[in-house]
Design a protein around this ligand. Sequence first.
Ligand SMILES: Cc1ncc(COP(=O)(O)O)c(C=O)c1O
Length: 388
Amino acid sequence: MARQSSQAADHPPERETVLHSWCIQSEWNAPTVIGGEGARLFTADGRTILDMSSLAECSNLGHQHPRVIAAIRAQAEQLCFVTSAWGAGPRARLASLLLDEAGYPGGRVFFTLGGADANEHAVKFARAASGKPRGWVITRERSYHGASYAAMALSGDARTAAQVDPEAFRVRRVPPPYPYRGPFGTSSAAECAAAAVRRIEEAIGELGAREVAAVMMEPNAGTNGVVAPDEFWPALRAATRASSIPLIADEVMSAFGRCGEWFAWQRHGAESRPDVMTLAKGLTGAHLPLGAVVLSAELARALEPQMLMTGLTYCGHPLACAAGVAAIESYREEALIERSRRLGAELFKELQRMQDRHAVIGEVRGGHGLFAVVELVSGRLTREPLAP
Ligand SMILES: Cc1ncc(COP(=O)(O)O)c(C=O)c1O
């Protein structure tokens, strides 16, 4: 049944009625997807597509995971919705699973609708907890934190840069730890990592530590293709701890096995745990929209007596939280995080072999889990990007 087209001729084609994201409207001409199973999608015109990117790097469990579908169905029959002014069983269960898995005893979870609003709320909470309601946030050039206005201000993304003035949102950007393009003129990955952290310390010094409310970074590459050298995250953690500035890890894309761990920072050990972690995408395996901000006990304590003037109608939606619980149980019981690590190592070796064969591949990086970056260049020596 899932493979039968539900397209009736009683409405105009989607191209004529819907605005689509991240594309030129007049060029949109994508097939209609009517079903999915595992890594495959089925289109209305009868084709089967192998989904190499898990859609927007979000369907970490594959399409139509039976356990998640069953949990959504059961919750829908019991109670579809109650606002977060009231309690909801799956919300409490999901928060506790996340705090356990990430090792945040005494912490708290705030549920959002997706990644961008998780990042906006992470900044709000870091500012509220540190008593700096308009404190500066330090982020990276070549970063992506979402496409709402404040999230665009946080992002160092050339595609949306013209739409927003980061300084108006009290965001200061620093160059990324990107050895292949050497923004610091260093000669090794370790030196590049150290220079990137020094630049963050300098930015804290320029703004004044008392004016900085948070540093927000992705622990592993997202759409920007930066995979920081191994030395970067632990050094960043040490530097932010030394200046008592909360570190926010944007794990929206990198969590739930994508980088071979539950959360990408875990590769660097418990000492490297951020104060705040933002999640979305794999949190429900994208079966329903859901994001989360996970806060350490220390920040949670600072927020405890405060009135939180924030929240969106659908924050902590019970249906989405039920999908989240089933997703976490599936990652655990099917050992999917370990599977991603194992298959990721094989994928990485294969990509390196491809690099030997194709001069257009300048560098292959990542490979911690089923997530790797292949940087395409027009010449290996000049490292000139293939696309501007
Ligand atoms: C690292 C990162 N942060 C935030 C976001 C934004 O998430 P959403 O699209 O759910 O708002 C994304 C989306 O791709 C992302 O990759």
